[in-house]
Design a protein around this ligand. Structure first.
Ligand SMILES: [Zn+2]
Length: 319
C-alpha cells in the first residue's frame, strides 16, 4: 500500500503546499483512491503517474472548501480524459448536494456515473484489494476519517491437506474460497487449512479533527495514521480550540500512548514555512511532535510518496 500526498496545507494554499488531497494506492499499482480534493488537485495529479481511468473511489472527509473545492474541475477533467467506469463517491450529504447543484448550474455532464454513498450512514465499501470504512470525528462540521484495510488472500496449507489424505481438486478449491466442506462424514473447516502470510495492513487517514482519541479503536490494528496537525500547541492554545483542529503535540501524545508505529502529520497552517530558518516553520511542528512521540514520525510534503510493505515497514519512496 502506498500514500502520495497531493496537498498538505490547511485553509489556503502556499507556494510550496496545495490544499488537502491524498492518493492511497493498492499494491498492484493499478488502482488508487482519492481522499479529499482541495482546489487544484487536478493540477497536482498532472505531476504524478496517477490516471483518472484507474481511480477506484473518492472519499471526502468533510464539507470545508480546502477539502472539496477541487471536485468540479477534477471530475470535469476525468470526463475530458474519457473515463466511463462508475466512480464510488463517499462524502457527507452536504458535499453531494453542493456538487449536484454545481453540476446543474454549470451544465457539467460527466461521462461516468458517480455512485454516491452518504458517509453519514456508510457501512463500508471494498474491491479486491482494499476495504474502506469511515469513523466519525469532531470538527466544526461533521468530519470523518477513512480507514483502508488490506483484503488478504489466504493460502492453502497444502502439506496439512496432503497429510490428512484429502484429495486435490474440488475440495481444495472450496476450502481455498473459505467454504467448509463435508468429506467422509466429517466437516473440514476452511479456517483450519488457510493461513495468512502476514497481518492485514491498515492505514487510517483522518479528516479535520480536534479529538484524535476518537481513532483509538481503529488505530489499534493500524500501522500508519495520517492526521492533521494544523498548529504547534502554543498557537492551538490561542486559536485551535475554537476552530476545532489538533496540535502536533496532541496527535504525537496520542500516537505515543497507543504505541503507533508510524505517524504522518499533514494539513499545516500556511503560517508554518518550509524554510526552517524562518519562524514559525514546519521544523517547529516536527520538533514539537518528536518531543512527544518516539515512533517513526513523518511530516508530509506535497508529492512525498510512502510505501507500507507487507512486513509493516513504512518507508519513503520520494521526498
Ligand atoms: Zn481543513
Amino acid at each position: 500500500m502506498e500514500l502520495l500526498f497531493l496537498g498538505t496545507s490547511s485553509g489556503v494554499p502556499s507556494k510550496e503546499r496545495n490544499v488537502t488531497a491524498l492518493a492511497v494506492m493498492a499494491d498492484n499499482g493499478k488502482g488508487w483512491f482519492l481522499v479529499d480534493c482541495g482546489e487544484a488537485t487536478q493540477h497536482q495529479v498532472q505531476y504524478t503517474h496517477l490516471s483518472f481511468h484507474t481511480l477506484q473511489a473518492i472519499f471526502i472527509t468533510h464539507l470545508h472548501g480546502d477539502h472539496c473545492y477541487g471536485l468540479p474541475g477534477f471530475l470535469a477533467s476525468a470526463t475530458m480524459a474519457g473515463r466511463t467506469a462508475d466512480l464510488p463517491f463517499i462524502a457527507p450529504r452536504a458535499v453531494w448536494n453542493w456538487l449536484q447543484a454545481t453540476q446543474e448550474h454549470t451544465e457539467l455532464h460527466l461521462s461516468f456515473k458517480l455512485q454516491f454513498f452518504a458517509v453519514e450512514d456508510f457501512t463500508g465499501w471494498q474491491n479486491d484489494e482494499l476495504r474502506l470504512e469511515s469513523i466519525p470525528l469532531s470538527h466544526r462540521v461533521p468530519s470523518y476519517a477513512c480507514c483502508f484495510t488490506e483484503i488478504q488472500r489466504p493460502t492453502l496449507d497444502a502439506a496439512k491437506l496432503q497429510a490428512a489424505n484429502i484429495p486435490q481438486g474440488q475440495i481444495w478449491g472450496q476450502l481455498q474460497r473459505g467454504q467448509d466442506v463435508s468429506y467422509q462424514g466429517q466437516t473440514l473447516h476452511a479456517a483450519d487449512y488457510l493461513h495468512y502470510p502476514h497481518s492485514a495492513r491498515r492505514i487510517v487517514v483522518g479528516g479535520d479533527n480536534d479529538q484524535v482519541q476518537l481513532l483509538r479503536e481503529v488505530c489499534a490494528h493500524a500501522q500508519v495514521l495520517v492526521h492533521e496537525a494544523t498548529y504547534c500547541h502554543d498557537v492551538w492554545l490561542k486559536v485551535g480550540a475554537q476552530v476545532q483542529h489538533s496540535s502536533a503535540q496532541q496527535v504525537a501524545e496520542f500516537a505515543e500512548e497507543i504505541g503507533l508505529a508510524n505517524l504522518v502529520l499533514t494539513h499545516f497552517s500556511p503560517r508554518y514555512q518550509n524554510d526552517a530558518s524562518r519562524s514559525p516553520s514546519i521544523a517547529d511542528i516536527e520538533q514539537e511532535a518528536r518531543a512527544h512521540y518516539h515512533g517513526n514520525l513523518i511530516v508530509a510534503r506535497d508529492f512525498a510518496r510512502y510505501r507500507l510493505a507487507k512486513d509493516g515497514q513504512f518507508s519513503c519512496l520520494h521526498e
